[in-house]
Ligand binder design. Structure first.
Ligand code: ADP
Length: 450
């Protein structure tokens, strides 16, 4: 179409110039009598005619005549190319379509794989968004909360009906960081029995969602509870007759002490019975303390003055070590601690008693308190026998006593530091030990500052 139009225009132009030239020539020839026309006018006329003729010829020679061949050339060079590019585009589009379909099906297969994988997990798992709406939940999750198969778009609060859980999720969303909740208990379905979960939430940063994994620890928790109940009941039951026996034996010993035969023959036996029954009473007392700390749910925290508490305990416990002359120094840079009074007092008793126990006859004990950033710190140090490095990591374990040969001379149950650790953990704090054999020991307690 384009080429033909150009051809027509070009030929029309050539034809028009030719007709115009011929017309002008005839017009001037008929209108003016050549006899009366001056020679200059005649020259002008001839010049104009000549110009048109030359222009016409040049136009035809250099433009109109070569135009068709030029157009042909253009046709041959452009048209097939154009056709080719269209077909290439068309081809690539259809290829892209196929590619897109392949990607789509690969994506669907991947999705299915993840779904099968997550559904086959034993733990309930869900993915939720910033508004705490479920985006995806696996079968165990749907089953746990009695949800229809596709529970997406439901709100997690509606599903769990637990504000504490909602707060925990809000924390994960606001910090955009992994969060863990230990032994979270709730009734997934109304009137169902209580279940315990260890819940972990991870932000899925590239898709702006969050992954929640709920690990069912109900069985472990129930077994722990049974163990705690057993230990506590057993300790209670044994402690009472033991205390009575101990009391009776003290009375008997006091009566017989006036007898000289008793002094030589029976006193060593009575002393052994006395010592071991006291050990047993101490052991059951410590076991009871430990289980009561483990069972304790809510702490009654209050701001306590640390100085009077430590002063009083040092004086009181010194009475148990009359043969030792201890020099103690205090540096209370942080004056108050936010703690459960009774539990924290137990911590101090155990640590100060240990310091007295394991320090030499002329030992030094110091207590320092300070605040570092968001942490209140309390350090109890002594220059006693220290703890060998290879055993330091075990001293907070139940019943662990360093080197039984040295421990047998010093009374103890191996439960004191375990009780301390449990109490500090209940306060969201940490305890660590730094010790060098023969040089001394430092226990450092870190608690959230108030
Ligand atoms: P125990 O009743 O035996 O003192 P603990 O749980 O209080 O039990 O302590 C565990 C072990 O840690 C002790 O047997 C002792 O060997 C060691 N230990 C604790 N405190 C100190 C200390 N201040 N200096 C040296 N050793 C210590």
């Amino acid at each position: 179409m384009i080429e033909i139009r150009y051809k027509k225009i070009l030929f029309f132009q050539a034809f028009f110039l030719f007709v115009l030239g011929t017309f002008l020539y005839n017009y001037f020839k008929q209108s003016f009598d050549v006899q009366h026309v001056s020679s200059s006018f005649w020259m002008t006329y001839l010049g104009v005619w000549f110009f048109f003729i030359v222009f016409n010829l040049l136009f035809i020679k250099f433009f109109a005549l070569p135009a068709p061949s030029l157009l042909k050339k253009l046709e041959s060079s452009t048209t097939p190319g154009e056709d080719l590019s269209w077909s290439v585009i068309e081809d690539s589009l259809s290829k892209r379509d196929v590619h897109h379909q392949i990607i789509q099906s690969e994506y669907e297969i991947e999705n299915l794989k993840y779904k099968i994988l997550l559904d086959s997990l034993h733990d309930p798992v869900c993915i939720f968004n910033k508004e705490q709406m479920i985006v995806y939940s696996n079968q165990p999750f749907d089953h746990l909360f009695s949800l229809p198969a596709n529970s997406s778009k439901a709100s997690l609060l509606e599903v769990t009906r637990n504000f504490y859980f909602q707060d925990f999720l809000s924390k994960a969303i606001s910090t955009n960081d992994a969060q863990k909740l230990n032994e979270f208990s709730f009734n997934p379905i109304q009137d169902s029995f209580k279940m315990f979960f260890e819940i972990k939430v991870f932000p899925l940063k590239n898709i702006q969602n969050y992954l929640c994994i709920m690990h069912d620890v109900t069985e472990r928790k129930l077994a722990d509870q049974m163990r705690e109940d057993f230990v506590s009941n057993f300790s209670h039951e044994v402690r009472t007759p033991l205390t009575i026996l101990n009391g009776q034996m003290q009375t008997l010993k006091a009566d017989l002490e006036k007898n000289p035969e008793f002094q030589t023959k029976f006193k060593p036996t009575f002393d052994k019975i006395d010592k071991n029954s006291k050990r047993l009473v101490n052991l059951f007392n410590d076991l009871l303390r430990l289980t009561s700390v483990e069972k304790k749910k809510d702490l009654v925290k209050e701001e306590i003055e640390i100085e009077p508490m430590i002063d009083g305990l040092f004086e009181e416990l010194a009475l148990n070590y009359p043969l030792k002359t201890i020099k103690y120094t205090f540096d209370f840079r942080t004056k108050t601690f936010l703690v459960d009074y009774n539990l924290f007092e137990q911590v101090m008793i155990n640590l100060i008693d240990n310091a007295y126990k394991y320090v030499g006859a002329l030992g030094n004990i110091s207590v320092v308190t300070r605040t570092e950033g968001l942490t209140d710190i309390l350090e109890i140090s002594d220059d006693g026998m220290g703890i060998p490095e290879d055993q330091q990591h075990r001293i907070f374990e139940r019943f662990f006593r360093v080197d039984s040969s040295r421990s047998s001379e010093i009374e103890g149950t191996g439960l004191g530091l375990s009780i301390v650790k449990h109490i500090i953990q209940k306060h969201d704090g940490k305890i660590k030990v730094t010790s060098h054999k023969g040089k001394g020991t430092t226990f450092t307690i870190s608690l959230p500052a108030h």
